[in-house]
Design a binder for this molecule. Structure first.
Ligand code: CU
Length: 171
């Protein structure tokens, strides 16, 4: 016990005396660390698109809800299960502080993460208190992918809030 304590003190002393002498190698270690960290960050940035493509909305089971900048945005699609190549109705419910928002311009931009599938933007109209609806079709992906992103754009005056919902469709 005493010995290990001595060792500790000894090693601390060594580190202390070593620091000035090993300044250059120490510097290169820091450089290596910086390079390693930069590569990790670069890798994370590269990986991000697929991470963003992670499904966060089960459109088949019910309404998906998100809170963004104080706005509550709920997204839903009928009929269920959500299938491609058939007429769908989209529902977006907007609330601000629990109160329905009736003065928004609403559009939903459908895209496939990492793949251009043509432009598919549906403008929604106010149906009743804070509930906006619109109709559209999701096309079949020639690559057999099933993950789509619905980017809900809520425009109120000059304020624009975008809320993504990533969901899966039936082929
Ligand atoms: Cu596709």
């Amino acid at each position: 016990m005493k010995r290990s304590a001595d060792k500790k003190r000894e090693s601390v002393g060594n580190d202390h005396t070593k620091t000035p002498r090993t300044f250059k190698p120490f510097g290169s270690v820091v450089q290596l660390l910086i390079i390693a960290m930069t590569s990790v960050i670069a890798l994370l940035l590269l990986v991000q698109p697929s991470a963003a493509a992670a499904v966060d909305c089960n459109a088949d089971s019910g309404t998906c809800k998100k809170e963004v900048k104080g706005l509550s945005v709920a997204f839903d699609i009928t009929p269920k299960p959500v299938a491609v190549m058939r007429e769908l109705t989209y529902f977006v419910t907007i609330k601000d502080g629990g109160l329905p928002v009736d003065d928004a311009d609403l559009a939903v931009d459908f895209s496939m993460p990492g793949m251009f599938m043509g432009k598919n933007v549906v403008h929604l109209a106010l149906r009743k208190d804070g509930v906006y609806t619109g109709k559209g079709v999701i096309i079949r992906c020639p690559s057999g992918e099933k993950i789509w992103k619905a980017l809900v754009t809520v425009k109120r005056g000059s304020k624009i809030t975008t809320v993504p919902f990533v969901f899966e469709v039936r082929k």
